[in-house]
Design a protein around this ligand. Structure first.
Ligand code: CS2
Length: 518
């Protein structure tokens, strides 16, 4: 959805400076009427909302996406039943910041030196899960809660990326099996919340995953049922019969909160302080599978409801998220610390474009003109300097993301006999990350649930190294022509080591006829 932008009157660098001892008013419901007219705000009284949604994962993405869409829906309809109880799964920082300002915060949507600034009031309550283990399931079971949404990242589902089944050996799952009424994982929280609903005999909430996974709703359903089976067959059967888990696809590039954001927000808010602002791009989409039950009119907030999200999901995961991985790993190895920085490099930008048009694109049901339009839009979005996206964040947990974003398309291309220079370079750069991130002066930090076992596979011989990584079926599944892929990845690794990222990319672009399909 394109949101009209307000012409910026102040640049991000023109911040109000605080004088020593100056008392700065904090954002609160009382301050809403005193904000500058250019700042959009809820058209309802946040204090009169009731809580109809529980959200697991109160990160920047949720606040710039579903919470904002919910505000827009309530603005349009005046239906005040859709306040959100937002649960922080790990650190309490965001909970402390939001509670101190009546759970209000500012979204700053930046593009081309302009910004749309809006204070969001759809969050009615913030919960810190580790401090309230019983509280999360009991809120899921609150009869007023009709919908549970999640943004907990792929790793939060505790499922094998290959089989899509619950990993019962995951430490969090083991904890929740032993302590089902005090769960720490999203899966255990849902199972316990649904168990309370079942015992009470009330209607269960609809559970909507908003994470970048293949078939996110179906995957979540499988994981919750797998977990319930370990507790009680009746619970598993009841969930299978009664709980809807529609699939959904979300899109908006969001900048994790930076230390300078509070000063930028204060400037926009006419001197009012917000310690939890979120910066994001104006572009957003949210495609949700139709379901039965009450819900906010999210279509008035930029969402669309469809019978099946599969095509949207593949296009999003392969074009945007897959190319993010390419830019993060190759850009990171080349020394860029942000996606915007990497995209400004001509060689990386050309490879990203070619990867989308010639490798990922042909595996999708997208007509060519639409593919070209989407790729042009994505290149513009990746370049947005105001939403520079940190490499470490985009690259983290790569072993969980590899199959849906890269390997599924790679497999299709191998089977169709199409060349795969981008995917093999991406995998080589990901492997390189396991050594490069330990090098002195490395710009990126390695974060991966399989870090230990993967780091042990690093081998100075690039071909042996590629072979060891690609044999990991828990990350790559069973690849057709695996030996060929291993050889190509090994060659790419050798070139990256020998010539550096730019020269290696240029050689590949030249040998694959750069721009042939652009
Ligand atoms: C990114 C996503 O970190 C990542 O994995 O690819 O967060 C991406 O920015 C969003 O999916 C955009 O919609």
């Amino acid at each position: 959805m394109r949101v009209p932008l307000i012409t910026a009157k102040k640049s991000r660098s023109e911040m109000t400076h605080r004088m020593p001892g100056e008392v700065v008013p904090r954002l609160s419901t009382d301050m809403l009427t005193r904000l500058p007219a250019s700042v959009a705000r809820p058209r309802f009284a946040p204090r009169s909302l009731t809580t109809g949604i529980l959200h697991l994962g109160c990160g920047s993405f949720h606040r710039a996406h579903q919470a904002l869409a919910t505000q827009h829906a309530m603005n349009e309809t005046g239906d005040q039943r859709w306040g959100i109880a937002a649960v922080a799964m790990n650190r309490p920082t965001i909970v402390d910041a939001l509670r101190a300002q009546d759970n209000l915060y500012t979204t700053l949507l930046h593009e081309d030196g302009q910004a749309r600034v809006e204070v969001v009031g759809s969050i009615t309550e913030t919960v810190h899960a580790p401090s309230d283990l019983i509280g999360v399931p009991s809120r899921i079971a609150d009869p007023r809660v009709k919908i549970v949404t999640l943004t907990v990242t792929a790793s939060g589902y505790c499922v094998s990326p290959v089989t899509g089944r619950l990993e019962v050996d995951c430490p969090g799952v083991r904890h929740d099996i032993q302590h089902p009424t005090r769960p720490i994982t999203p899966i255990g929280m849902l199972a316990q919340g649904l168990e309370l609903v079942r015992r009470r005999g009330s209607t269960p909430p609809v559970v909507i995953s908003c994470d970048n996974l293949c078939a996110n709703g179906s995957t979540l359903r499988r994981a919750v049922i797998d977990f319930a089976l370990l507790r009680d067959d009746h619970l598993a059967e009841w969930i299978a019969r009664n709980v809807q888990f529609p699939n959904s696809v979300v899109d908006r590039i969001v900048q994790p909160t930076a230390p300078t954001d509070a000063a930028v927000a204060r400037n926009w808010l006419g001197g009012v302080e917000d310690l939890a602002p979120v910066s994001a791009e104006p572009f957003m989409t949210w495609t949700i599978e139709d379901f039965d039950g009450e819900r906010p009119q999210w279509e008035l907030g930029g969402a669309q409801f469809v019978a099946n999200v599969k095509d949207y999901e593949l296009a999003k995961l392969r074009l945007l998220n897959g190319t993010h991985m390419l830019l993060a790993y190759l850009g990171g190895v080349a020394g860029f610390s942000t996606i915007a920085g990497a995209t400004a490099n001509p060689a990386l930008a050309a490879l990203a474009r070619q990867f989308m048009l010639d490798e990922q694109g042909p595996t999708l049901a997208l007509p060519t003109p639409e593919l070209h339009r989407t790729v042009d839009d994505l290149m513009r979005r990746f370049r947005n300097p105001a939403i520079a996206q940190d490499m470490t964040r985009v690259g983290r947990n790569g072993s969980d993301k590899m199959i849906p974003r890269v390997v599924d398309a790679l497999r299709d291309n191998i089977e169709a006999g199409r060349p795969t220079p981008g995917a093999t370079m991406l995998i080589a750069a990901w492997i390189q990350w396991f050594t490069a991130s330990h090098a002195p002066g490395a710009v990126m930090e390695l974060i991966d649930p399989r870090e230990e076992s993967l780091t042990a596979l690093v081998d100075p011989d690039p071909h042996r190294c590629a072979q060891a990584f690609l044999q990991r079926e828990d990350i790559f599944g069973t690849l057709p022509q695996r030996e060929c892929v291993q050889r190509e990845v090994g060659d790419a690794l050798a070139e990256l080591n020998r010539d550096g990222v730019e020269a290696a990319i240029r050689r590949r672009l030249a040998s694959n006829g750069e721009g042939s399909n652009t």
